[in-house]
Ligand binder design. Sequence first.
Ligand SMILES: Nc1nc2c(ncn2[C@@H]2O[C@H](COP(=O)(O)OP(=O)(O)OP(=O)(O)O)[C@@H](O)[C@H]2O)c(=O)[nH]1
Ligand SMILES: [Mg+2]
Length: 324
Amino acid sequence: MSFLKKLKAKVTGKDYQEQYLSGFKKTSDSLRLSAKNLEKNFKKVDEVFLEQLMIMLLESDIGFETAEKIVNELRQYDKDYIIPNFKRVMEFVIESMANIYGEDDNHFEFLNEEGVKVIMLVGVNGSGKTTSAAKLMQKYQSEGHKVAAVAADTFRAGAIEQLAKWGERLNIPVIKGIENGDPSAAIVDGARFAKENNIDVLIIDTAGRLQNKKNLMNELEKMKRVLAREIETSPHAVWLVIDSTTGQNGISQASVFLEAIDVTGIILSKMDGTAKGGIIIAIKHILNLPVVYVGVGEKADDLIDFDIDSYLNSIAKGLENVTE
Ligand SMILES: Nc1nc2c(ncn2[C@@H]2O[C@H](COP(=O)(O)OP(=O)(O)OP(=O)(O)O)[C@@H](O)[C@H]2O)c(=O)[nH]1
Ligand SMILES: [Mg+2]
């Protein structure tokens, strides 16, 4: 069975498939268009073709290193086996992406632990932290967890109210920081509230300003320190929110956070607004961090659990007419 058929079989019956197809529609459409153009010029896998393929991959925001790796592997494979047609090329590319991404570990295991589980959201200005916090609040609540959140963005005017409003809408308690106050104080209040009220999942929304690195590091370290003092094993997850529409730039902005705190996974927001889904592969390849969730809209339920098979299957949809 071909790789794409196997992929399709693997995801059949899995949750979220419709959301994948609509959330990644722009990526899939754009892949179809560029594949059609590429197919027109295909005779064999030669340097001219490989260069065009490289450009197509770069346009998907997969990043230079990752694109080069795929192109080099294809060149080598063609030397060994000779690729007969364009369909096989595209299949090879998708299969390479799967290999680069690799198998996902179960990053949700901590949710089965006893006691309060703490998830911290970090990331640059406007990347989608607060909206992602609301989406996670709704998700875990709907799965039967007792949820609370901390509005620890004491920096931006209106930020605390933004999360508090989500809390009211979802009927979830939000512990509010004080504007211009110490975010760590809000975190301590939130952790104590969670312990006293048998909360299962506590979600912490933080400020997104990109101040100087030293301040950011100090602040995040302090947050971690006070958290661990209240709840020994916390934070259980630190997820960095990256705006997918900012592409490679989003990845480089993220590096400041990676230096400041142990990030355990990525939430990729605003995927509904971009055709550049290659960024998912780049994140795994360059940052070696799993994409845990993908945001596909502004509503509380516009969040999908990321799984690489469903993602690749949804973008391969765009290739069906080209490759069959
Ligand atoms: N289309 C779309 N819009 C999104 C998504 N996630 C967030 N947004 C929008 O992006 C904007 C910024 O989102 P926020 O959640 O406020 O971002 P933030 O990181 O908390 O921003 P700061 O608190 O200012 O650092 C808002 O207008 C959101 O509605 C998404 O997945 N898709
Ligand atoms: Mg915010």
